[in-house]
Design a protein around this ligand. Structure first.
Ligand SMILES: [Zn+2]
Length: 252
């Protein structure tokens, strides 16, 4: 068992939340029970995840996508009311870590996505402290774009959308989880042969072709499943609490 306050302050320090300019509050978003024995983690604080956490007897829910985004309607009505009501009724605390969980060098989404893909991070770029949240690596061996797409599909269990940037082997690739497709310019400027993110925009396809860099949209959800699991496992070990990741399937 750990006090909620202790769990939150440990996590906030570990993830250096004050170093990031984010679009949502990081850390404790909704306060529930004062003590935590069972932690459930998931990618997004959807109603389905809250229901699963309540059914599992969770004291706290740890997510990458929490609530209270900049610019959203502040009123507690509709979908937001139903989510919040269910959470408060269950006494479950909501802890959310967004950009700090993308960027963390050990537990972050990008470091962990690299491990899942079997790539060792060599450097960082993009926005964020410590050189940026996005990372790059030299592939264990050069691959064609088609081969890398198949490799990503096999490791993530989801076939990526692949845009070819030219007919040559890929040697160095970058990646950044979620909706970082806009960083394809920076990836190309670094001389990378490929860039992997979660989502794709119409303009990304033209950018890939014209900049000569292969692009892989591997899924926002699929690329952001790993940081929250790593953080949950870390907290379970540190504080001797139960932790379980709940996958709410999402094709986007
Ligand atoms: Zn995201």
């Amino acid at each position: 068992m750990v006090r909620l306050n202790e769990l939150v302050s440990w996590s906030n320090n570990l993830l250096q939340v004050d170093e990031y300019q984010d679009y949502c509050p990081n850390g404790l978003q909704v306060e529930g029970r004062a003590e935590v024995r069972r932690l459930i983690s998931g990618v997004t604080a959807s109603l389905a995840l809250i229901e699963a956490a309540a059914a599992a007897g969770a004291d706290a829910l740890l997510v990458h996508h929490g609530w209270f985004w900049n610019g959203e309607d502040a009123r507690v009505v509709g979908m937001k009311q139903r989510r919040l009501k269910r959470l408060l009724e269950s006494g479950i605390s909501l802890l959310a870590y967004h950009l700090p969980l993308d960027g963390h060098a050990e537990l972050g989404n990008n470091t962990r996505l690299g491990r899942v893909l079997g790539f060792t991070t060599e450097g960082r770029f993009g926005k964020g402290p410590g050189g940026g949240m996005a990372v790059f690596a030299t592939l264990p061996q050069p691959m064609s774009g088609t081969e890398l797409a198949a490799h990503i599909g096999q490791r993530l269990g989801r076939v990526p959308l692949h845009v070819s940037g030219g007919d040559r082997p890929l040697r160095r690739v970058g990646w950044c989880s979620g909706a970082a497709q806009g960083w394809i310019d920076q990836a190309a400027a670094l001389g990378l042969d490929g860039f992997i993110s979660g989502e794709v925009s119409e303009s990304t396809v033209h950018a890939a072709r014209e900049l000569g860099i292969d692009y892989f949209a591997a899924g926002h959800h699929a690329t952001e499943r790993y940081g929250v699991q790593a953080l949950g496992d870390h907290l379970a070990g540190k504080f001797a609490i139960d932790h379980q990741f709940v996958e709410i399937e999402n094709p986007a």
